[in-house]
Design a protein around this ligand. Structure first.
Ligand code: ZN
Length: 133
């Protein structure tokens, strides 16, 4: 069901500073995009077949702002690519996993996404993601 790691989401207070750090490590910025539904600005830096996704909150009530307040900057979620997102959600829910999103919703990078609840995933916020090209 899970094809590969699509990206790793990292919460940062300052997007430009985060980009500069990963550029120093040799990654190249692919693009920056704002996702109003999540109240974040997102930067993508491809690394092989996957990406680093930097997330900067655009408002104090952004979920990412609350994450940084509670836990500090750092790894926020791991996103797995799936072929059929509604089917994948149904499968994991039938397997007893709690969902944050029962239905796919639009995410960054023109993808449909849905989050699983960290309470049933050993503390890791997992995103399932149907990438579009
Ligand atoms: Zn993501």
């Amino acid at each position: 069901m899970l094809k590969k790691i699509s990206h790793i989401g990292i919460a940062v207070k300052n997007l430009e500073a985060g980009i500069a750090f990963y550029e120093k490590l040799g990654l190249k910025l692919e693009g920056i995009e704002e996702v109003p539904s999540q109240k974040v600005r997102v930067a993508f830096l491809p690394c092989g077949d996957t990406r680093i996704e930097l997330l900067e909150p655009t408002s104090e009530d952004s979920p990412v702002a609350r994450f940084i307040e509670k836990k500090g900057e750092g790894v926020h979620h791991i996103a797995f690519a799936v072929d059929d997102l509604p089917q994948a959600l149904q499968n994991v829910e039938e397997g007893g996993v709690r969902l944050i999103d029962k239905e796919p919703r639009p995410g960054a990078h023109n993808a449909d996404i849905a989050f699983l609840h960290p309470k049933s995933t050993y503390g890791v916020l997992i995103e399932l993601c149907k990438e579009k090209h």
